[in-house]
Design a protein around this ligand. Structure first.
Ligand code: 13P
Length: 250
């Protein structure tokens, strides 16, 4: 089954208004040069820039998403942002359960599931992130950990249209290290199999790989079976670095 790839950038806590506008402008102009794009393009900037960049990218083939949302629609949660607010600001996607959130904010699978449900409830596409630590990989627990995260973080009502899964081994994030393509193939095939017990359209769910993706390794990672796109951190900050990765999805 052919699945339209998604090449997504996660800017994390990087980006001020002026420089970010320039990067989005450059990305849009690259995308505009392609007659018919074969993939979806997404940038998840910090929440402060979602509105501005969504306005700038309106009507183009670059989508804007949030990096996190609260599980509730509104209320007394100082400092938090709801999925409805991201939607209102022009976002069309939202990450849930990035490993930095799981680690820095102690988010459990149940928290991630609630956030992903809030995202799809607000008509955003949820990108649920999973991935093992180095210790878990070295003790042979990778598939077990990923299965547990997929099963327990997947939102109720998940479909291939409203949910994306991103496999990001924690030890590969920001380290320059990547798993072998065989290891990526094993985990992605495993996730597809796991999803097939949970969803009727599991074959069409986009499974992204993330962790030290760059222009020089994107093509081989994207060629792995069941890899339907990438979630890119550092190499998504500049359009000139991100574009060669997007090209592997075209
Ligand atoms: P890097 O591409 O910087 O390794 O980050 C990956 C990531 O965490 C994307 O969400």
């Amino acid at each position: 089954m052919s699945v339209r790839p998604l090449i997504a950038g996660n800017w994390k806590m990087n980006g001020l208004a002026g420089e970010s506008a320039g990067q989005i402008k450059a990305l849009i102009s690259k995308a505009n040069e392609v007659a018919s794009l074969g993939c979806d393009i997404l940038i998840c900037p910090p929440a402060t820039l979602v509105g501005q960049l969504a306005e700038q990218a309106k009507g183009t083939s670059v989508a804007i998403g949030g990096q996190d949302c609260h599980a509730h629609e509104k209320g007394a949660h100082t400092g938090d942002i709801s999925a409805a607010m991201l939607k209102d600001a022009g976002a069309s996607y939202c990450l849930a359960g990035h490993s930095e959130r799981r680690t820095d904010h102690g988010e459990s699978n149940a928290d991630v599931k609630a956030k992903a449900e809030a995202a799809i409830g607000a008509e955003l596409i949820a990108i649920v992130c999973v991935g093992e630590t180095l210790e878990q990989r070295e003790s042979g627990k990778t598939l077990e950990v990923v299965s547990d995260q997929v099963k327990n973080s997947l939102p109720d009502g998940a479909t291939a249209t409203n949910t994306v899964i991103a496999y990001e081994p924690v030890w590969a994030i920001g380290t320059g290290k990547t798993p072998t393509t065989e290891d990526v193939a094993e985990v992605h095939a495993h996730m597809r199999k796991e999803l097939s017990t949970l969803m009727s359209d599991a074959g069409s769910v986009r499974l992204l790989y993330g962790g030290s993706v760059k222009g020089s390794n994107a093509a081989e990672l994207m060629a792995v079976e069941h890899v339907n796109g990438a979630l890119v951190g550092g190499a998504s900050l500049k359009a000139e670095d991100f574009w060669p990765i997007v090209e592997t999805g075209l």
